[in-house]
Design a binder for this molecule. Sequence first.
Ligand code: NAD
Ligand code: UD1
Length: 330
Amino acid sequence: MARILLTGGTGFIGSHTAVALAEAGHVPVLLDNFANSEPSVVEAVGAITGASPTLVEADIRDRDTLAAVLRDHKIDAVVHFAGLKAVAQSVADPVAYWDVNVGGMIALLGAMRETGCRRLIFSSSATVYGEPAALPVDETAPTGAINPYGATKLACEQLMENLAASEAGWDLVALRYFNPVGAHPSGSIGEAPRGSPNNLMPILLETVTGRRGPLSIFGDDYDTPDGTAVRDYIHVMDLAEGHVAALEAPGEGFRAFNLGTGRGTSVLELVRAFEQATGVPVPREKAPRRPGDVPVLEAAVGKAERELGWRATRSIAEMCRDAWRFASRN
Ligand code: NAD
Ligand code: UD1
């Protein structure tokens, strides 16, 4: 049993990871400033696991508070989700993205060094691969940012690598998420972003619940079997369990792992799978390619299987059913 601090713990991936950690016998402590989530998520997590986790309201850039939380709660390891994640917004306001994402990481690592907490798992992204030259993309592939959001993720990884090289005893892991979708099967926690969503599944859910018009399918002339872009969608509970596996497989230095399924699904396949799994029709229309999109992104998952003993098991149908259950209840 370990005591784990989850920064951004009331967010989409943080809340599901809190459930997975509690179910594995660990004690999650959540920290958030509610920039993109609600404090009520704590009770929803508690309703699933039987005990509401401790919640600390704080900003990830507040190093002194972070150090106090690490000490007061006797934290063994940190999972760092807190940050900003909208690519278009990062292009419009790069200073805010570097401030929260990189400034937050600097504050957190400073507090960890000060208090002697040496284990960190960081929410990185497949975006660090830019447009990969070979697929499926593995962890040795060259990295490169294609937008300010990606640049902040890469900067955080580089800082972790520099820190691990500077001093023995650090165990710093970057988990590079592919495309997380779905929700806890209870339907009581899920993805509930503030404002207008940017990703495919939350946009699709707005369409089918009548909050927006037809789903725009961005591009039907890619070099893929049906012409629409292909991504590696992963159920958020599989992703959450990947964090538990990473915490339970300690190592040394800096390590990066892909968390995906290894299977690509096109936009049209996902839309049809949603209709089949839920019986709900998805009104849709063709739209031009979205600038910055790559045609295909699929994870090589062998390293996480070998070194963490983890692999994703849930299907696209489960991702669609669980996402729909949460959306239709909320
Ligand atoms: P989310 O927005 O639901 O969760 C992030 C949480 O961080 C939110 O609860 C938000 O309130 C909090 N937060 C933001 N700024 C903060 C600050 N200054 N201080 C304290 N808390 C702050 O997003 P998510 O989808 O759960 O993503 C979690 C992490 O995973 C992010 O770092 C994101 O970049 C990364 N990631 C997400 C995806 C994805 O598709 N969802 C893919 C790759 C990587
Ligand atoms: C996006 C980000 C990526 C980030 C990830 C998770 C971009 C260019 N990339 O990845 O950096 O790590 O989210 O936050 O923004 N689609 C439609 N119609 C829509 C919305 C999406 O057809 O209304 C298509 C997209 O063109 C894409 C696929 O659905 O082919 C998935 O899109 P999305 O969910 O935004 O994820 P990514 O673009 O893969």
